[in-house]
Design a protein around this ligand. Structure first.
Ligand SMILES: [Zn+2]
Length: 652
């Protein structure tokens, strides 16, 4: 008999039924550590000292053919339990169609070709456990073949099978392990590597993912002529994607303008709040009670170290490590940027919806800008009242729907009395007795008070906010890109349509007026209107004309609009008017200001040093040069302006 013949090749020490104990020919064996199970049509060999089945076969001079009655597999992979006993075998067969696998296990002294009830283990488990305990790195590959390849190159390697075979229950074996993941270079491989990475990130000590430069998998790469030394070099050069020194990675949750980190097992929560650029505030809590609050600069290591030191006086922990995790995860997320969106029918092809047609586009940033003291706030109060009432039956040409809007007025410029008085006068003028308007006085830049403003928006259920005005809401130099970017980033986190009041920039070269500040503001807004005020000197009426400077896509530029306001005691009357475009026709809005006030407002708007003649160029009607010089002299004496190195004047 074929199988009896195979059995005769081994030195048997003990027989129990169809089980034999023999001396393993593959290693120096004094304990008879080779188990042989002879079943009806196959033999199972297993060395408890850990020799592979190939080694045992080679040493005893037998082939797979000798182990099977018919069509033997081309390869047998043995999965062993931690104590070295056989868990199950995976048999690889070569068929005309390619490779197939069968699995088998021992049940009650017989070989059974299924894995029912078997607790799965990683390949090479005893070696894996030893390596992890010793602090040696372990390689995870896809499939036993690659695992054997790595093993033959001198590495401790394991596999959980193919790309789809990773199970979360495996992760316990990798606790505190230094893991190198070498996925196959295909889509399932990358998915596999992601799954493993996710599963191990709180468990392992460190993790590297090595994408081989050539070949489709490790075996392929070795067959291209690469050696273990080269593999070691590649591993050393790969960055550690995950590094945990005893402190697990926290769960990160994105919050408004910040993040929350939760280390469940440590009873520790850290919030990074009011994040702007890379600076923010850190709130550390235990039992959900904050016990430490401070500013934090994510990019400053020394700052982090000093926070760690003071935290350590309150609770002993590896705070350097904790803060390192927090800052790294924050920065990674910040730098990841925005998610890719797909431009499909939900973008752009829909005509814009309006709050007031054609002035303000719904769900987009809208800007109206004008010179100082040009009654922009009064205009905004009119729009605000019209949307709130809603004033759908007005006779002043405001195209308001009968949908009511809750408009929250965010005021950085005035105080509630100024705006309140303007509003009361206005509603008296249009014959409305009562129209409360939610109003919030703001002191800090929008990005810094986002949580608070968001809470107020929720409280009054606002769907529109007025921002009066842009400069104060940004709170930084309007000419810089980064504050502009941060401002719109903050704005996008509010579930409202913003109506932004801005100031005019005067361009020396072409005299074209634009929104004051970085071009980003104009780029980000969907609809932009310039307001021009016309007022005869000493008159109690003024005309506000609006000119569209940027139109939403697909809608073309609208005709100018204008309203005339008449101030009569504590009542403001409004009527539709003819737009006044020609600059020469209008009296300067500056005439109501004194010359020093005009100069100050010009210097403030330009925010650069200006010569007297440059200042003069911007006054309309022109103020005489000697009056400007005189005023500058007074302003300098009263410490309102100073002379810059280039002899030009700048506001203090
Ligand atoms: Zn052996």
């Amino acid at each position: 008999m074929k199988l009896d013949n195979t059995l005769s090749k081994f030195k048997v020490s003990k027989k129990t039924g169809n089980r034999y104990q023999a001396f393993c020919p593959a290693h120096k064996d004094e304990n008879a550590s080779l188990s042989i199970l002879v079943d009806e049509d196959r033999i199972l060999l297993h060395c408890h000292a850990g020799c592979s089945i190939d080694e045992v076969m080679k040493a005893s001079g037998i082939t797979y053919d000798d182990l099977f009655k018919d069509s033997p597999p081309v390869k047998i992979y043995q999965y062993r339990n931690e104590d070295g006993t056989l868990n199950h075998e995976k048999l690889r067969y070569q068929t005309a169609k390619g490779k197939t696998f069968r699995q088998r296990r021992v049940d009650n002294g017989h070989i059974v070709e299924n894995l029912d009830g078997v607790t799965r283990v990683p390949y090479n488990l005893p070696e894996l456990v030893k390596a992890v305990k010793a602090g040696n790195p372990v390689i995870i590959v896809e499939g036993e073949k690659d695992s054997d390849t790595a093993w033959n190159l001198g590495f401790t390697a394991t596999t959980l099978g193919g790309a789809s075979d990773w199970r979360d229950e495996y992760k316990g074996y990798f606790k505190s392990a230094s893991v190198i993941l070498i996925p196959d270079k295909d889509e399932p491989g990358l998915k596999y590597s992601n799954n493993v990475r996710k599963s191990l990130e709180n468990i392992c000590k460190s993790l590297k993912v090595l994408i081989l430069p050539d070949g489709k998998d490790l075996t392929d790469w070795v067959e291209l002529g690469n050696s273990g030394t080269e593999l070691k070099k590649l591993i050393d050069a790969s960055p550690e994607l995950i590094k945990n020194n005893g402190i697990p990675l926290p769960l990160m949750e994105k919050k408004l303008n910040g993040y929350q980190f939760d280390w469940n097992g440590l009873n520790l929560k850290i919030n990074i709040e009011r994040l702007r650029d890379e600076d923010g505030e850190i709130v550390v809590s235990q039992d959900n009670e904050p016990f430490y609050i401070s500013g934090i600069k994510l990019l400053s290591v020394s700052h982090r170290t000093s926070i760690a030191r003071s935290l350590n006086t309150q609770r002993k922990l590896d705070w350097d490590k904790v803060l390192n995790q927090v800052t790294t995860m924050c920065l990674n997320d910040i730098r990841k940027g925005e998610e890719v969106i797909f431009l499909d029918e939900s973008y752009g092809s829909k005509p814009p919806e309006y709050l007031i047609k054609p002035l303000f586009v719904k769900n987009a940033a809208n800007i109206i800008y004008a010179d100082r003291s040009s009654a922009k706030s009064l205009l905004m109060i009119m729009f605000d009242v019209a949307m709130t009432l809603p004033w759908w039956d007005n006779d002043i040409g405001l195209d308001v729907t009968n949908e009511r809007h809750n408009v929250l007025f965010l005021d950085w410029e005035n105080d509630p009395y100024v705006n309140g008085y303007q509003k009361e006068s206005f509603i008296r003028g249009i014959g409305v007795g009562y129209c409360p308007i939610p109003y919030l006085r703001c002191n800090r830049p929008l990005a810094d008070s986002l949580d608070h403003i968001k809470a107020k928006i929720d409280e009054v259920q606002a769907d529109v906010v007025v921002i009066d005005s842009l400069g104060m809401a940004v709170g930084e130099d309007l000419n810089l890109t980064k504050p502009a970017f941060n401002f719109f980033n903050s704005l996008r986190q509010l579930p409202v349509t913003p109506l932004i009041i801005a100031h005019t920039a005067k361009d020396f070269n072409n005299k074209r007026k634009t929104v004051y500040g970085n071009a980003f503001y104009e780029n980000e807004a969907r609809s932009i209107w310039e307001v021009k005020k016309t007022q005869e000197e000493g008159s109690n009426t003024l005309i506000s004309s609006l000119f569209q400077r940027k139109a939403p896509p697909f809608s073309g530029y609208s005709q100018p609009l204008a309203w005339q306001f008449t101030f009569d005691g504590n009542t403001t009357y409004v009527e539709k008017a003819e737009p006044v475009e020609d600059e020469r026709k209008r009296q300067s809005s500056n005439t109501e200001l004194s010359t020093p006030q005009v100069i100050l407002s010009i210097l403030e708007e330009c925010n650069v040093a200006l010569s007297p003649s440059e200042i003069q160029e911007m006054t309309a009607p022109p103020i005489q040069a000697n009056n400007i010089r005189q005023a500058l002299y007074q302003l300098k004496k009263s410490n309102k302006v100073k002379v810059a190195a280039n002899g030009k004047y700048i506001k203090i």
